[in-house]
Design a protein around this ligand. Structure first.
Ligand SMILES: CC(C)(COP(=O)(O)OP(=O)(O)OC[C@H]1O[C@@H](n2cnc3c(N)ncnc32)[C@H](O)[C@@H]1OP(=O)(O)O)[C@@H](O)C(=O)NCCC(=O)NCCS
Length: 185
């Protein structure tokens, strides 16, 4: 499954990453704040270059376990302001997961919700998924608020189920079923 690019919303264009996106990608991915609730630490520029090289290849889904990783380009700013991903968790059970990360300079405008909604659309309408989840640390309020804006339901709150950056970490799991997506639409 390879979407027809760019995927358009009212304000955004979603497309595969390109080598020339390195400055924009590095501008936010290298910030410790952006990685506060992510498992890995903020990458430096050479590491961003490696991450970007991988993302450039993640422009289609041909089997479970793969990710679609798209650059979110905001024409008004003339740059990539964030990224969204859709992971294909299971082909047999038609399960997927979305994720997102945005440049703090472009947060608080609803852009991340607008972009993440596209990944739900692609997952349900193009990949034919039955259920899409999103997960975050409960302290990451902007993330779970976004999931709720999308219409996802909180299905689980796992307490102290892992060691996260040296301390016990909790996890929220949100989900949406294809049927719920159709109703919301
Ligand atoms: C998670 C993350 C993408 C959320 O970003 P965000 O800017 O809060 O999300 P949105 O772009 O959807 O913006 C929503 C905010 O914009 C406001 N807003 C302004 N104009 C808006 C509009 N036209 N439409 C919708 N919302 C709008 C909303 O009210 C909301 O603010 P609030 O939460 O104070 O109510 C961001 O915090 C991030 O990148 N974090 C670091 C990476 C990360 O943790 N990723 C998730 C890992 S699980």
């Amino acid at each position: 499954m390879r979407p027809e690019y760019p995927l358009k919303t009212d304000r955004l264009l979603l497309r595969p990453f390109e080598e020339r996106d390195l400055d924009d990608f590095h501008a936010y991915r290298s910030l410790p704040d952006v990685h506060r609730y992510l498992y890995n630490e903020a990458p430096d520029r050479p590491e961003c270059e490696e991450l970007l090289a991988k993302r450039i290849t993640e422009d289609e889904l041909t089997g479970e376990g793969q990710r679609l990783a798209l650059a979110v380009y905001w024409p008004e700013a003339g740059r990539v302001v964030g990224d969204v991903v859709l992971k294909w968790l299971s082909e047999a059970d038609r399960q997927g997961e979305i994720g997102y990360g945005f440049n703090p300079d472009f947060q608080g405008k609803g852009l991340a919700t607008e972009a993440a909604a596209v990944m739900l659309k692609v997952g349900f309408e193009q990949l034919g998924l039955h259920r899409i989840i999103a997960q975050c640390d409960p302290r990451n309020e902007p993330s779970w608020r976004l999931m709720e804006r999308l219409g996802m339901r909180r299905e689980a709150h796992f307490r102290e189920f892992e060691i996260f950056k040296g301390d016990w970490g909790d996890l929220y799991v949100y989900a949406m079923l294809a049927e719920e997506y159709r109703t919301l639409k």
